[in-house]
Ligand binder design. Structure first.
Ligand code: NAP
Length: 259
C-alpha cells in the first residue's frame, strides 16, 4: 500500500537507534524527509547518513537533549513546517519510590512529558493551517499495565496521555491527528538495560532474566523495532486521518484487553 507520504517532512526525536530510529526508517522508506535527533552527535550523524543513503531522502541531524528548549528550537529551525512529529525520548530510570531523586523526577518529567508537550505546542497550529499533520507519541505499555519498578515512567507517560486527550478534538477537523504508541517489550538497548537492573535485583544474569521474560511472553519473542516503525508510518499515512486520540498497544498479545 502506498501510504501517500512521499515528499512529506518529519521530525523524529530520540532516533539514532531503537524504536525512534525504526520510526525514522519506516517513514524514510515511504519517501519522507527527516530531521533526526538524539543526544550523541556521532551515532546520530552515522544513523542520518545511513538512512539518507538507504532511502534516498534528506536527513538532517540535530544533536542534543530533547529536554533542552534550545535543542527543540534548533530542531524546529531545521524543520519549520513539519508534516509529522514523532515524540520520543529515553525512558526514565527504573527504581522504587523512595529511591527516586529530585533529578530523576526532573529528567522523567522534562524528557517524557514537557518535551513532547512543547513540541506539540510548537507544531500543531501550523499543521492545522496547512491541512495535514500527524503526531505520534512513543510511550509505553506501562501506562496500562504497571511494572513495579517503572513508577517514574508510568507517572510521566500517563501525564502525557492525559494531555493528549485534551488536544485531539481541537485539530482533527483540519486533518491533524495525535496518537500514542504503547510498546511492550522490544529488542533494543533500553530493554537490555532494564533487564540488567531487574537481574541485579533477582541475583541472576541479564541473559537469564531476558530468557525468562521471553519464555513467558505469549509470542515467545521480543518485538522487532521495525514493527513499531511500520505502525508509526501507517498512523502517519494519508489513510489514517480518521484515527486520532488513540493509544495503540503493540506487545505480541502480552496485555490482552476486552475493550
Ligand atoms: P534505545 O534503544 O535506548 O534508544 C533510545 C534513543 O533515544 C537513542 O537514539 C538515544 O540516543 C535517544 N535519546 C535518549 N534520550 C534522549 C534525550 N533525552 N534526547 C534526545 N535523544 C535521546 O531505547 P528504545 O528501546 O528505543 O526506547 C525508546 C523509548 O521507548 C523509551 O522512552 C523507552 O522507555 C520506551 N519503551 C521502550 C520499550 C522497549 O521494550 N524497548 C518498551 C516500552 C517503552 P542518545 O543516547 O545519543 O541520546
Amino acid at each position: 500500500m502506498d501510504l501517500g507520504l512521499r515528499g512529506r517532512t518529519a521530525i523524529v526525536c530520540a532516533a539514532s537507534k531503537g524504536l525512534g530510529r525504526a520510526c525514522a526508517e519506516a517513514l524514510a522508506a515511504e519517501g519522507v524527509g527527516l530531521v533526526l535527533n538524539a543526544r550523541s552527535a556521532g551515532p546520530l550523524e552515522k544513523a542520518a547518513a545511513e538512512i539518507a543513503q538507504t532511502h534516498n531522502v534528506s536527513v538532517v541531524p540535530v544533536a542534543g537533549d530533547i529536554a533542552d528548549a534550545e535543542v527543540r528550537a534548533a530542531i524546529l529551525a531545521a524543520a519549520p513546517a513539519p508534516d509529522i512529529l514523532v515524540n520520543n525520548a529515553g525512558g526514565p530510570s527504573p527504581g522504587k519510590l523512595k529511591s527516586f531523586t529530585a533529578e530523576d523526577w526532573a529528567k522523567a518529567l522534562e524528557g517524557n512529558l514537557r518535551a513532547p508537550a512543547a513540541m506539540m505546542a510548537a507544531v500543531l497550529e501550523g499543521m492545522a493551517a496547512r491541512g495535514f499533520g500527524r503526531v505520534i507519541n512513543i510511550t509505553s505499555s506501562v501506562v496500562r499495565h504497571p511494572i513495579d519498578v517503572q513508577g517514574l515512567s508510568a507517572a510521566a507517560r500517563a501525564g502525557l496521555h492525559g494531555l493528549v486527550s485534551t488536544l485531539v478534538r481541537e485539530h482533527v477537523g483540519r486533518n491533524v491527528t495525535i496518537n500514542n504508541i504503547l510498546p511492550g517489550p522490544f529488542a533494543t538497548d533500553r530493554l537490555i538495560s532494564n533487564f540488567t537492573f531487574q537481574a541485579k535485583q533477582k541475583g541472576i544474569t541479564p541473559d537469564e532474566a531476558l530468557a525468562a521474560r521471553r519464555a513467558e511472553l505469549p509470542a515467545k519473542r521480543f518485538g522487532e523495532p521495525l514493527e513499531v516503525g511500520r505502525l508509526c508510518a501507517y498512523l502517519c499515512s494519508a489513510h489514517a486521518g480518521y484515527i486520532s486520540g488513540q493509544s495503540i498497544g503493540i506487545d505480541g498479545g502480552a496485555h490482552p484487553q476486552i475493550l
